[in-house]
Design a protein around this ligand. Structure first.
Ligand code: SAH
Length: 366
């Protein structure tokens, strides 16, 4: 089959074989990339109209016990500046975000033992009792099932945990021995079981990534069927073992965003900060390739420069929550509009409790 037919097949049937994924990823050219991106854009419009959802990202701790080779806040990076926000700081961020129109807050951080399950429970309850109309997303890494349960019962609605790569050998190239791909995948399954709207995802162009490892990623995501998928280019950080490695590219990221939208039409798909970092119009191009979520930075200005996952990470301009007007204009320029409802995933909205009974959406009408 030619590449266009495979792209059509991905949308029509919701999947491809490993060989077919490898072929699409390895053999596409400019024309077929554009074809996939245009189709993905239409699928996004069909499901979500021209709505772009915003999330206020609060990076609340830069301490991390892990040592992922790609990440600027890995524990071995002694040059990294470490900080923790207090509960009061976090609530101030939420207050500011609420006034700006944010109805989802994302608490992201390193795996920081200071924030025990009890401390997190208290923070989650404080946020949810002050802002019952808002969704709360956590992104704090791998935990025991009991801890995830505490978060969920305290009121957290969503959880982001990128699987990073679904290929075992590739995972081992990106992480030290104590981290395992199976544990990370198990965490994702547990999060789903506990009723979190769950997000997985991977970096584009991470060292060692190949069409074969990417085919595994798409396969895994198809099986997991997450409500959210986060992908953005790998960007080297100067104080990590991967300092010399080339960054992931715009073109690859846009193409994989499109494939994700075609495979999982209802997924919430952010145009990430990393995409905005490698290209001034990265966010717009992401949306025009099927993305429908943007996560501006709502952390206190004083710490924004310290949550440095990679070099040059943006946190000003349209990346900054307080510059929402600029973001609104930029989205209007490409025919989209920022909306301020909670922005749950489409399938979730229809039926949060019995997702598996929801009929498959019609895939053949575009
Ligand atoms: N500790 C949390 C949050 C991690 S930071 C967790 O384990 O999930 C969020 C994401 O940033 C990571 O999942 C990773 O995919 C991405 N990231 C880290 N370093 C990066 C880099 N150098 N370039 C691009 N993205 C990176």
């Amino acid at each position: 089959m030619d590449i266009k037919s495979l792209i059509d097949k991905l949308y029509r049937t919701g999947g491809l074989s490993r060989e077919e994924f490898c072929e699409v990823i390895g053999k596409r050219d400019r024309e077929t990339e554009q074809y996939a991106r245009d189709l993905a854009c239409r699928v996004r419009e069909k499901i979500y109209g021209n709505n772009i959802y915003i999330r206020g990202l609060i990076e609340f701790t830069s301490y991390c016990r892990n040592d992922c080779y790609y990440c600027g806040i890995r524990r071995s990076n002694h040059a990294a500046e470490r900080y923790r926000l207090t509960e009061e700081d976090i609530l101030n961020c939420c207050a500011q975000g609420y006034d700006l129109g944010f109805r989802t807050f994302v608490l992201q951080g390193g795996e920081d033992g200071f924030f025990t399950p009890e401390k997190m429970e208290k923070i989650i309850k404080s946020i949810k009792s002050r802002y019952p109309d808002c969704a709360l997303t956590l992104s704090v890494g791998e935990k025991e099932e009991g801890t995830y349960r505490i978060y969920r019962e305290a009121g957290a609605d969503r959880y982001l945990l990128r699987h990073e790569t679904a290929d075992e050998a590739h995972y081992r190239m990106l992480h030290p021995e104590e981290l395992s791909p199976e544990h990370r995948k198990d965490c994702l399954r547990t999060l789903k079981k506990l009723g979190f709207q769950t997000g997985a995802g991977f970096m584009v162009g991470s060292p060692g990534q190949t069409p074969e490892t990417l085919a595994e990623d798409f396969f895994f995501l198809r099986e997991l069927n997450p409500e959210m998928a986060g992908i953005g280019p790998f960007i080297a950080h100067k104080d990590t073992p991967f300092r010399q490695r080339p960054d992931g590219t715009l073109k690859d990221t846009l193409f994989y965003l499109a494939l994700l939208r075609l495979m999982l039409p209802e997924v919430l798909l952010p145009a990430t900060t990393a995409l905005g970092t490698i290209h001034p119009q990265g966010r717009e191009l992401g949306v025009l390739s099927g993305a429908n979520v943007i996560m501006p930075n709502l952390s206190p200005v004083s710490v924004r420069g310290k949550y440095m996952l990679y070099d040059r990470k943006l946190s000003s301009g349209a990346e900054a929550a307080e510059n929402l007007e600029e973001l609104k204009h930029r989205m209007e320029n490409i025919g989209c509009r920022i909306v301020t409802d909670r922005g749950d995933a489409a399938g979730w909205r229809r039926n949060p409790d019995k997702k598996s009974e929801v009929p498959e959406i019609q895939r053949n009408t575009i």
